[in-house]
Ligand binder design. Sequence first.
Ligand SMILES: Cc1ncc(COP(=O)(O)O)c(C=O)c1O
Length: 382
Amino acid sequence: MTNDPLTPYGNKPMVTPIVSAVNYQYTSFEVLRQITDGEIDGYTYHRDDNPTVRTVERRIASLEGAEDCVISTTGMAAATMTFLSYLKQGDNLLTFHDVYGANYKVSLILEKFGVDITWLDANNYKEVENNIKENTRMIFCETPSNPLIKVLDIEYLRKQADRNNAMLVVDNTFATPYHQKPLFLGADLVVHSATKGLGGHNDLMAGAIACSTKEQYDKLWFTRQAIGTTLDAFSASLLERGLKTFEIRAQKMSENALNIARFLNKHPKISRVYYPGLETDPGHETARKQMTEGFGGMLAFDVGDTQDQAKKFVENLKQIIHAVSLGCTESLVCLPVLTTMLYMPLERRTSFGVRLNTVRMSAGIENSDILLNDLEQALKNI
Ligand SMILES: Cc1ncc(COP(=O)(O)O)c(C=O)c1O
């Protein structure tokens, strides 16, 4: 018999137990000291750490090739924790219009605290070299980006960040570690909305920050512990379950997205397709260089010439679902200007390439033919 009541005969459960405890009984002052001094990975209070969460952190760290990982309540919590940990009054954050819309809201909060922000169009990301300022402390990007799937060269951004000793943070939500490992390409930190492909089933919200050093982990952990953005154990367990099928889902989504992009690219009612897997896409060469096993499950396209046509198309779909979020088992579509970008002023939403009739699609894991037939019939009737 072991001392562990969960495994009295040493048999390990196949699934990490959901530890819902808020607090833990101390067995001695010596153990308390070892935990609080960080000598052992023990547990005292849920806001600090939780064994179910910790297991998933290690799993995501290994997927990203990271030293460690800090998990949080949402993807936006992860991005915000990163900004709060590494930026201070007077620092410049260099970022792109092509990041998930809620980052714009966070930027308004950062500005209140004296952070200076430079916004660039990711189509012209090489403008970074003319926009680094003396006080630039961080470059933050998404590649491929939300919602137009623009591709930025991570190794190039690393070189630019190095000119100023700045950090490079990459939101890898669209690519997922199946297709891209930014830490190997020079990023300091990788941020995720684990709500998306890592979880994969529309049933949990979580964020993750994969760290390249223990020092970064300690710093981000400090912020999480201070502000209380620790994930609950039940969501962590759902995330652990999602991760078991992550690679196979990512593979199928990417296969479906490529089939759909090729199909739409030839369709007379589609005026433009945005997908780095297409050889004609401006991001194709860079994506081939830094992505593996395909180009991911996200694409976008302009339907006809007007928003009414795009709305009609979405309403005509029978299998593909009209909803936000992405990276899950079901295929989803939305009009970014009416959904994920609502956080921005209208003129800003269309200032970097997104059109009123742009549809963003997250390919699911359905049979490709079912998706192509649905798209065909929905386009026929607009
Ligand atoms: C690329 C990207 N990053 C971050 C987020 C924010 O994630 P969450 O909704 O989990 O806060 C999203 C949400 O859609 C996203 O698409």
